[in-house]
Design a protein around this ligand. Structure first.
Ligand code: G16
Length: 542
């Protein structure tokens, strides 16, 4: 039976870089989730007769939210919901299922790399029929719907038992509970040379994979251990927990410190990797080396032909604007089209759908391809393993030869977290106002060549997205980008992206922070950042 509940708009239900993210306590408020879910239905023209995919990364409130969304889908007349067993699905697996079942869309419950638990963050995002994050016009329509909502509808019933695969019904709606891993693992087996990776493992090649107590534990066990023969000891923190064991499930050298330390230590395995809360991010390490996400994307692009799924070549490649130009260097040598998009995976969707790009990636530890429409952590790990198996070299050797051929793009991101929003906004506004006069000006050792407020004209649908970050290029082969994060849930996070190109053959093996010293100094001189934010140094350096 359908019940209609009167409600009023809740302010601030505006999707950010990747869906709506708020403190868990905010999402747990009566009606908060319901208002947003009803606004999704209203914003996309309803779900009457539609097929949806539903699942999340298992963080606190995932289980409750799944039950509420199932009842709201039933009330809205959805024909069928495909839900991961226990309400679990990694973001890449959800994207794949939408495509596999030709579903009309899907709902993914996750705040990605943000911490979870009752005191952490929760999030929800809507993906469209191509399997990708809803593009801007759709998120805007959903936001508009939140602002005029007067009621929501929910099916009156108790909870469904979604702990066992199989079909059941909620009113007239079919609910298919499926194994969250099986279809995704089968897709990976189609793309990669599993025999070659199995042989690599059998030869004694050691890997360590850190699931950070998040969603990829069961996926990694099935793929790396069961299908590829790696020992169980390969897996760290492989049991998903609602609070990620109190950790911060962001696979970077700061939050996956233990893994990084073990790769830098005396008994290091040959390869290390980690993934995030919902399984779409990745970190790649070799014995004694950390591979930046931008470098990883470039190496993957340069070696993709060694992987069966990409043996026929790449149509093109794409990166987010703040990501380093390491990808562009590969694209130039290989004659591939290369696109720079705003931050946010949703901007790759059109390029992938139109067949203009095969691979894409971001400095924020996301890498992926046209196999789905989300970034994909385990896919990136398997890309590396397949390349390592075929090249028979270590990660360090692959990096060294890559830099010899393409030069090295030293890269780092400095994050100033939870700063006063007004201070960060006025810093950017002041710099924006000065952009026109910057070219030709010298800041320490660097001379500004170009300065712009990045705007993206989508080559497929012609839409223009402005205000996507301040980009300052220097004549000496360096670049500085400043933008505000769109995924935080408290205050503002200012991201400062630093890049400097070393063409080689010398100067390829410096400490990145030292190599970037002139860019860091130029940023400080140009913006007066430390004084304006009241911070002597960044909170997070990756
Ligand atoms: C999300 C988006 C990414 C983006 C990242 C960081 O990742 O999907 O495209 O690069 O946030 O965004 P921001 O700099 O605005 O915080 P995830 O893994 O959180 O979904």
């Amino acid at each position: 039976m359908i019940t209609t509940i009167a409600t009023t708009p809740i302010s601030g239900q505006k999707p950010g870089t990747s869906g709506l993210r708020k403190k868990t306590a905010v999402f747990c408020q009566p009606g908060y989730l319901e208002n947003f879910v009803q606004s999704i239905w209203n914003g996309i023209g309803g779900v009457q007769g539609k097929v949806l995919v539903l699942g999340g990364d298992g963080r606190f409130f995932n289980d409750r939210a799944v039950q509420i969304i199932l009842r709201m889908a039933a009330a809205a007349g959805a024909a069928r919901v495909i839900v991961g067993q226990g309400g679990l699905l990694s973001t890449p697996a959800a994207s794949h299922l939408i495509r596999l079942h030709k579903a009309d869309g899907g709902i993914i419950l996750s705040a990605s790399h943000n911490p979870g638990g009752a005191d952490g963050d929760f999030g929800i995002k809507y993906n469209t029929a191509n399997g990708g994050p809803a593009p801007e016009p759709v998120t805007k329509a959903i936001y508009r719907a939140t602002q005029s909502l007067t009621s929501y509808q929910i099916w009156q019933s108790g909870d469904l038992d979604i702990s066992v695969p199989g079909r059941q019904h909620l009113g007239p709606m079919a609910v298919d509970v499926i194994d969250p891993v099986a279809d995704y693992a089968a897709l990976m087996e189609q793309i990669f040379d599993f025999a070659a990776i199995r042989a690599l493992f059998a030869s004694g090649f050691q890997i360590s994979f850190d699931a950070m107590h998040a969603i990829t534990g069961p996926y990694a066990r099935e793929i790396l251990v069961h299908r590829l023969g790696a020992p169980e000891s390969t897996l760290r923190n492989a049991i998903p927990l609602p609070d990620f064991g109190g950790g911060h499930p962001d696979p970077n050298p700061v939050w996956a410190r233990d893994l990084v330390d073990s790769l830098m230590g005396p008994d290091a395995p040959d390869f290390g990797a980690a993934s995030d809360g919902d399984g779409d991010r990745n970190m790649i390490l070799g014995r004694g080396v950390y591979v930046t996400p931008s470098d990883s994307l470039a190496v993957i692009a340069a070696n993709a032909h060694l992987v069966p799924g990409y043996a026929q070549g790449l149509a093109g490649v794409a990166r987010s604007m703040p990501s380093s130009a390491a990808l562009d260097a590969v694209a130039q040598v290989r004659g591939l089209p290369c696109y720079a998009t705003p931050t946010g995976w949703k901007f790759f969707g059109n390029l992938l759908d139109a067949g203009r790009a095969t691979l894409c990636g971001e400095e924020s530890a996301g890498t992926g391809s046209d196999h789905i429409r989300e970034k994909d952590g385990l896919w990136a790990v398997l890309m590396w393993l397949n390349i390592l198996a075929r090249r028979g070299q270590s990660v360090a050797q692959i990096m060294a030869t890559h830099w010899q051929e393409f030069g090295r793009h030293y890269y780092s991101r400095h994050d100033y977290e939870e700063v006063e929003a007004q201070a960060a906004e006025s810093l950017l506004a002041d710099l924006r106002a000065r952009l026109e006069g910057l070219p030709g000006q010298r800041f320490g050792a660097l001379t500004v060549q170009l300065a712009e407020d990045f705007a993206y004209a989508d080559p497929v649908d012609g839409s223009v997205t402005a205000g996507q970050g301040l980009q300052i290029s220097f004549a000496e082969g360096a670049r500085l980008v400043l933008r505000l994060s769109g995924t935080g849930t408290a205050g503002a996070t200012l991201r400062v992206y630093l890049e400097r190109y070393a063409p080689g053959p010398d100067g390829l093996h410096h400490d990145p922070q030292a190599a970037l010293g002139p860019v860091i100094a130029a940023c400080e001189k140009m913006t007066g950042l430390s004084a304006r934010l009241g911070r002597a140094k960044p909170d997070i350096v990756t």
